[in-house]
Design a binder for this molecule. Structure first.
Ligand code: S3P
Length: 160
């Protein structure tokens, strides 16, 4: 069975996926392999809609992987992606947090500077967060509140 980890940027999807299985699939890394450049460069060159198309194509290929898959925070934006997530016989785990914690983590992550972070003010990013909240809930088969929890405890809750 495929297990998707979903949630906003900075919610710890990759860290938790790595603890669940060291051979987890990082969707963003698969996308980077496919496009042959960093996501931020792709965004700048081809725009967000082109990125979303690649993201959707990759999601389709991973739905039947039977692996632990950490997704990009925007995977729930499209109806088609939500259908894929809901229809596949997958578990979809939502790592839920509040915006201020997420923003602090996105800002602190110098290794992974997200294009949406560069392109938006804090207020605009919060609007995106608010618009996605219900979408994560909509497709999740399990929601784990990650605020003030270490990755190991989050993993324990997922495995309950
Ligand atoms: C995005 C999140 C990123 C990456 C891209 C777009 C988003 O993934 O897919 O920059 O729209 O929220 P992470 O959630 O792993 O940072």
């Amino acid at each position: 069975m495929t297990i998707f980890l979903i949630g906003f940027m900075g919610s710890g999807k990759s860290t938790v996926a790595n603890l669940l299985a060291t051979d987890f699939i990082d969707m963003d890394a698969v996308i980077v392999d496919n496009i042959g450049m960093p996501i931020s460069v792709y965004f700048e060159r081809y725009g967000e809609p082109a990125f979303r198309q690649v993201e959707s194509d990759v999601l389709k290929t991973l739905a039947s992987s039977g692996q632990i898959v950490s997704t990009g925070g925007g995977v729930v934006s499209s109806k088609e992606n939500r259908r894929i997530l809901s229809e596949s016989t997958s578990q979809v785990i939502y790592l839920k947090s509040n915006f201020s914690d997420l923003y602090a983590r996105i800002m602190a992550d110098k290794e992974n500077v997200r294009p949406l972070f560069l392109e938006h003010t804090k207020e605009a990013l919060e609007v995106i967060y608010e618009s996605r909240k219900a979408l994560y809930e909509m497709v999740a088969t399990k929601t784990v509140l990650v605020t003030d929890k270490c990755p190991e405890d989050i993993v324990k809750e997922i495995q309950l």
